[in-house]
Design a binder for this molecule. Structure first.
Ligand code: IMP
Ligand code: MG
Length: 182
């Protein structure tokens, strides 16, 4: 693992190796659950693309992939709850086993909005998979079907997660230094 030298980083939470191992385990769970299904993973741009591609490569079943983008005021410091779709899916989800793939579930507003929207489009099933769960900050109760890691109430970057659009490409997940976290 590369030693983090970026000044924004306080400490590494999960190394590249830990993330890879955990993603393998979750991919095996997903492959089992959807063995006889019609799985379509739906990624939320841009944060979940790193997780989605890593996860999809570890699956042992066929999978379709589609993406949407949201604009959200539901960030760590802002007023939560206002979410809208800025770029919609390319294809219908009718009859498919939809798995929403998120980078992080925080307050839960984003995931709830997307799950409800997808459920209204006639899929066979709708599930939720997230790389990170910060359940200490949850406002909206949510059932998470698959999750890799629970995290403490700190702002994190890396493996898709950004601070002001930076640091998504870090191969590990790290806590942002508090003075950058405002
Ligand atoms: P929620 O609607 O509050 O659950 O917000 C989830 C969204 O907020 C995620 O998809 C991220 O885009 C963003 N977010 C929440 N916490 C963090 C963090 O610690 N680092 C980077 N982005 C975050
Ligand atoms: Mg996001």
């Amino acid at each position: 693992m590369k030693v983090p030298s970026a000044p924004a980083i306080e400490r590494v939470l999960f190394s590249e190796e830990e993330i890879r191992d955990r993603i393998r385990q979750v991919a095996a769970e997903i492959s089992g659950r959807y063995r006889n299904g019609n799985l379509k993973m739906i990624g939320v741009l841009k944060g979940s693309i790193f997780f989605l591609t890593a996860l999809a490569r570890e699956l042992s079943i066929p999978v379709k992939i589609d993406m949407l983008a949201i604009s959200s005021f539901s960030n760590h410091s802002g007023a939560p709850g206002v979410v809208r779709i800025a770029k919609d899916l390319d294809d219908s989800v009718e009859g498919e086993d939809v798995l929403l793939v998120e980078d992080i579930v925080d307050t839960g507003f984003t995931a709830r909005y997307l799950l409800q929207t997808l459920a209204g489009r006639g899929p066979n099933s709708v599930g939720l998979c997230t790389l990170l769960d910060r359940s200490a900050r949850r406002i909206v109760p949510l059932e998470i079907d698959f999750k890799c890691f629970e995290i403490p109430d700190r702002f994190v970057i890396g493996f898709g997660l950004d601070y002001k659009q930076l640091y998504r490409n870090l191969s590990y997940i790290a806590v942002l230094k508090p003075d950058r976290n405002s």
